[in-house]
Design a protein around this ligand. Structure first.
Ligand code: PNS
Length: 164
C-alpha cells in the first residue's frame, strides 16, 4: 500500500491545496492530510476548524484521511507507515524552504521520500496568508477557498469590524 502524508498549516485550506491533494489521490493508495497543531505562525483558525474544513472539502475523495499532528513530521509519517511526504510547489520562491525541509526530513529518515507536485498555474499565486489578508479588508475570496470557508471568513471579519 502506497501511503503519502500531505502536511501543512491549512489556515485555511485553499483551492490550491485541494488541487494538490486531488492529484495525489491518483498516485497513492492513501493520502493522509496532516494538519500541524501548533504552526510557527499563530493560526487564525483552531486545529479543529482547520481539520473540519479539510474533511468537508475532501469528503468525496475516498482515499483521503485528515488528521492533526504535533512534533516532528517524520515521526508522524513513520507512525502512519507512509512511504512519502507530499508537498505542493507553487514557484521558485517556495523552493529554498521546501528544499531545506526535504533534506532535513531525509536526514531524519532516508526511507521516506519527499515528493513535490507542481501546483496548477491558476493557483500558482494563491496562499492561505493572502486569502486571510484579502478577507480581512473585505475583498472577495470566492473561488480561492471552499465555499464553507469563505462564508465563515465573511462572518469572522464582519464581526471584528463591528467590534471596532
Ligand atoms: O503549510 P506550512 O505552514 O508551510 O507547513 C509547514 C509544515 C507543517 C510542513 C512544517 O512546518 C513541518 O513539517 N513542521 C513539523 C516540524 C518538523 O518536522 N520539523 C523538522 C523538519 S523541517
Amino acid at each position: 500500500m502506497r501511503i503519502a502524508v500531505c502536511p501543512g498549516s491549512f489556515d485555511p485550506v485553499t483551492e490550491g491545496h485541494l488541487d494538490v491533494i486531488k492529484r495525489a489521490t491518483q498516485l497513492f493508495d492513501k493520502v493522509i492530510v496532516s494538519v500541524i497543531e501548533n504552526p510557527r505562525k499563530k493560526p487564525l483558525l483552531s486545529v479543529k476548524q482547520r481539520i473540519n474544513f479539510l474533511k468537508n472539502a475532501t469528503k468525496d475523495l475516498s482515499n483521503v484521511e485528515v488528521e492533526g499532528f504535533s512534533g516532528l513530521l517524520i515521526d508522524f509519517a513513520r507512525r502512519k507507515k507512509a512511504n512519502a511526504i507530499l508537498k505542493g510547489l507553487r514557484a521558485v520562491s517556495d523552493f529554498e524552504y521546501e528544499f531545506q525541509m526535504a533534506q532535513m526530513n531525509r536526514k531524519l529518515d532516508s526511507k521516506i521520500e519527499t515528493i513535490f507536485i507542481i501546483t496548477s498555474p491558476i493557483f500558482a499565486y494563491l496562499s492561505s496568508s493572502m486569502v486571510k489578508e484579502v478577507a480581512q479588508y473585505n475583498g472577495c475570496i470566492e473561488g480561492l477557498v471552499p465555499k464553507e470557508v469563505s462564508v465563515e471568513f465573511n462572518k469572522v471579519f464582519q464581526k471584528n469590524k463591528r467590534r471596532k
